[in-house]
Each structure stands twice: as structure tokens, then as C-alpha cells.
Design a protein around this ligand. Sequence first.
Ligand code: IVH
Length: 727
Amino acid sequence: MTVPDQARVRWTELVDAIGDARTRYYQEDRPTISDEEYDALFRELIELETAHPELASGESPTQSVGGQRSEMFEPVEHLQRMLSLDNAFSLDEVRAWSDRVVKDVGTLPALLCELKVDGLAIDLVYRRGRLASVATRGDGRVGEDVTYNAEMISAIPQHLAGSAVADLIEVRGEIFFPTSEFERINTEQLEVGDSPFANPRNAAAGTLRQRIDRRREDLADVASRSRGSARETQRIERMSAELDRAVSRLAALRLVVHGLGEHSAANLRSQSEGYRILAELGLPTSDRVRVVDDLAGVEEYIAYYGEHRHDVEHEIDGVVIKVDDMAIQGRLGSTSRAPRWAIAYKYAPEVVRTRLLDIAVNVGRTGRVTPFAIMEPARVAGSTVSMATLHNADEVRRKGVLIGDMVFLRKAGDVIPEVLGPVVEVRDGSEREFVMPTRCPDCQTPLRPEKEGDVDIRCPNARSCPAQLRERLFHVGSRGALDIEGLGEKSARALLDCGLVVDEGDLFGLTAEDVSRCEYFTREPDPGEPDRPLTENARRLLEQIEAAKERDLWRVLVALSIRHVGPTAARALAREFGSVDAIAAADRATLAAVDGVGPVIAEAIEEWFDEDWRRHVVEQWRSAGVRLAQESTESGPALLAGVTVVVTGTVEGFSRDGATAAVQDRGGKVTGSVSKKTDFVVVGDNPGSKYDRALELGVPILDPAGFAVLLERGPEAAREIATIGSA
Ligand code: IVH
């Protein structure tokens, strides 16, 4: 069955949107979409992949836990994989989950209910009773080493209590701020001129994921070199105040444990017994855990905390229901992202009322003009909110809101809020209608829809509208594109404001001399020095710009800001064509025929290259040394051309994305479901049902060593050592 183009384009958009949301959430601790919007995207993706299983490739977020590791920290391999949880958004979905459990187990086993804490998952390893390492979840297999910081968190015991402590215990838990502490921190953020955290989870992540050790070193370094000038003293005072703040925030973090990984203790019968033992060891467990015998008990627990969620000292975004019996947990097993023996019930979002003070508009990277609500700050679901996107003029009309209205405002547990509609009853006649501007607020160009009938209106001045330029420049450096640390919103603005770049074409030609002409990139001269030296950030920016010239072709394609071309389509294009020139030379039909591209994206690419100034950007990048091709395509047909692989479980030495990329780099295809057409199923640790399916269908199965053979010597050699199951 062929997949309709629309479905393919939507799949690509969803994969990219979810990928982007995950980066912002897990790596940058600065989410831009609400949990609810994220969940909606994720569900749509699951539905799309259910309807078109061919789409569910290994790079789909439905196949992984989400989250990545930042290079800022040392990697720590978890002794056992850290999984995520599947979600239920209604009691019906909880029932559907329990029906599946009953189907597998025969009866409904005892269920343990506990709160879903709005915090950050961590992994603690105790060896001979002593805290050996603390790590964030990362990609589930390898996390970030935050042991240094964790030693300052008083809630984490450095030593386990009792005399009969097992040699090895890996404990999982949630690090969080109590609501009162979260509020105090956000007030403090505002006082010192920093933005408040969107929710307690981000506050906890932002606090834990800092290199406090480096700050200490920097402070010691500056203090030792200081000659005692007023400016130096001020700087030292500022640095030590920041350090004190960071340390006192760390100390205020709390921990609740919610699971065990690898351990050498006697086998546990149940999750609840595990909690009792962990409590005896001095680890903080929750006293709100309940074991119930039936679904009525689960529903009661959910209803109780639905009513009392603000009576808990920390924010909660739901309830976690786990099969209590460990042997049954083992029998039910896990998928590649979540256990089948647990489910998270998510509470419906909360709604508050506030005043809509104004509606302003914002111009995005592709010129889209988006109205947004400016509101009287309101507390909702644990944070203070004063802005919300309204998407487009149709949406403002559909919601029926007037400027000056009292409005209902909703947040899905946390993050970006949504205006639901006006409280019509309290209007006093002073409210006025929002009028969508007819000219771009940034460059005064008349606005228009790109095509007749589009709901979005755009600023057509793509080349020189300051807002679009700024957003595009910023996008070039974003993690999903060329990943240039230091090219943030502020530096993009400074580069443009100081006239150092006219557009993104000039970026790679920047020199130290150029940037030193802009005050933003320089600091006060040292005593006796005539010139303002470059700041550390400016130096890093230049280094990173240089490094970005060597990045993969797909990243260059994303950085060019071609509509619809996010990482997924860009990877497909890079794989197929191997260079920007080959893509520019390809006609629409050839582009559209590429798996993962299709006619909509093909048209956008063709239109993009039709503009001379855009081709000029490519030429400027080329002459500045940006690599616009990838080498592998010149070396004859790819090793795995035409080979379809499914990966299940954790393959040693690879992250899931890594295993997928290794196959794709050699021209092979990774899909998410096993069929007769699958050439190989690669089976790692904790494989899912795909392994059983491979056995059933008699598809060749490779273990990690076999996978290495496939990657190095190709399908023929791999087939010789593959095992084939029988039905
Ligand atoms: S159990 C294998 N229990 O929710 C089971 N997780 O959305 C994995 N979380 O990554 C987790 N409260 O960070 C569990 N009581 C709880 C939890 C909890 C919060 C977090 C955890 C997990 C995420 C999944």
C-alpha cells in the first residue's frame, strides 16, 4: 500500500515538531509548547503510523523515550535502561490498559497507585552503601553525570542506612521543587533580571543541569588574578552571589524514589515491598502510595487527587499506576520506550480567569504573522502566565475574544497556556475587536496570504524583513540545524543591529575583527589596555561558526530555512542527492519521488531555489567554506541500498537514533514494524514484540555482533550468520 503524500508530509512535520519539542524540553529546559499540545502531536503520530505502518521508521519518536544527553556533562551509562511511561487521558484509556494486562496475565493483579511528580527523573547508584553516581535520564541508556551537583542536594543520602545493605543498588526517582520553593525561585529570577521558569520541572532541571564545578573554578580563577580594582571586586561579588544562589537552590531540591534498576539485593516480590526496603535504607519514598485490588480503587485514587492536587506539597501532572507484583511486571515486559506494566493517567488541564489586556502580532521565520494575547499575569497550574499565542486571525474570531475581555485561560499541567474564550457575562462595553494589521509591524510591507484561501497571512519580504532575518539567523544556529552555540536570539539581533551581517549569507564569513566592532560582543578593556577585547561568548561563537562549516549536509539543508524541510526531510534529501547542488538541479518530479519528500516539499524546494538571493546565500556559504556535500555518495552504490532493517531493544554501543543513522548512512532503510519485506531484525537487550514477530515470520535475526557484520560487510555476509526463527 502506498502512503498518500499528505500523510507523509504530516508525518514528517509531526516527527520534526516532536523532535524540536523534545530538544527544548529535555535539553534546554525551556519548552515552547504545552504538555497537552505535545501529547496531541504524539497521539496524532501514533494514529498516523497505525494507519500507515510503513511510516513508522526507527527515527520516529514513537520508538524512543525522548530526551538526549547534553555534551556539557560526562556520559554515564545506566546499569538498566530508564524507560518512560505511556499515557492515559481518560478512565476509559486506563481500562483499556488494564484489559491488556488481564489478557496477558489472566486476571487483574494488585495495582499500586502513586503520584506523578512534576520533576526530573534521575538515576542513583549506590555501591557498598555509598552514593557512587547520580545521572539524569538522557536518552534512557546513557545519561548526564550530575554527581558533583547532587552531593549538594541534602535530600539525596550520601550513605544508605542499616547494616545489611546490598553491594549494588541502582535507584530511580524524581527530583523536584516543592511548589512553595518553586514560587520563591521564580520571584528571585525576576528580581535578578532572569526569566522565570515555565514550571517546577524546568526549574528542577535548570538547577540540577548546571556546571557548578566550572563556576567555582571560574570564580577561583578570577579571584586569584584580581588586583582588587572596584570593577574586579564587583565582578567577583556578582559571580559569588550567582554561585551561592545556585548552591542554595540545589540544596532545596527534593527527591522521591519510584523504582529500582540493577541491584544485588534479594529478589523483591513487589514494588510496594521495594518501597518499604528503600525507605528502610533511608531513601525518601512517598507516603501517598496505595495498593488497590481493582479498577474501582484506581478510580477512587485518581478522583481523590484530582480534587486535592493542590494539597500536595509539589505539583503533580497525574497518577502512575503500576502492577505491584514484580514477577508479573517481568512477564508483561516493556516496549522500547515504556513498560507494559505501568501507565500514567494525566489530569485534565486547569482553567483560570484573567484579563486580556491587548493582542499584538509577531513575525516568524517564514514570515508568518501570529497574533498573541497579552494578559494580566495569572497563576495557573503552578506558574505565572501573561502571554499566549492565538495562532491566526481566524482563531481570534473563532474564540470570540475582544481586547479588554476577561478570558478563560488553560494550562495543560504546565508550560504554554491557551486562551479558551471570553467571559461574556462580565463585559461592560469598553471591549474592542482585534484588527489584524495589514502591514508588517517590523518592515511595513503589506501582508498577504501566501496562497489564496490560506488562513495564515505572511510578510512577503522574506529577504530583508528584520523580524524574519533575525529568526532565520537564530534558526541557523539552533540545535536541529547547524547547532552553533552562542548564536542565540540576542547575538542574532546584535549581528544584525551592528550591521555585521546583512542576512544569513554573511554569517560564515565573520571574523574576529568584524565582531569586535559590535559592543555586544566585547567587554570593558583590562586596565591599561586601549581596546575592548572580545567576550568569551563571542570567541565561542566564532569557534562554533568555524566548526559548523563541517557539519552534516542535512543540517545545512535545515539551516537554509526551506519551508517544510526539517531534519527528517533533510536527511532523506541528503541521503538521496548527496549535495546542495544536486538538490538545486533536480526537477520537482525527481525530488517528489524521494521516499520521505513528496510533492508538497518538492514544490517548496523548487520555489526556494527559484529565488536568486537564496542561491546567493548558498554561494556565500560555499565561498566561506561551508561543506555543501557529503562524501559517501561518491563511493558507488551504498552498502545497504534496498535493505530494510528493524531494530528492537538496546543494541550495545548504539543509541536508538545511532543504530538507525548507521543503517541510513549506508543507504539502508529502518522501519518500525516487522513484515515479510523486512530483511533483518536487529535484536538488542530487552527486545519488544518485534522479536516475536520476526520469529513468527521467519525474518533473519541479527544480534549486536551480527549487526556489526551487516554494517561492515553488507547483507550477504550478515545473512550467513543471521538466525531464522520458525513459526
Ligand atoms: S515510574 C519504568 N513513577 O514520569 C517506569 N515515573 O512520563 C518509569 N515520573 O520518566 C517511571 N512521577 O520521570 C514513575 N511516580 C512516578 C513518577 C514518574 C514522575 C516521571 C518519570 C518518567 C516520566 C514519564
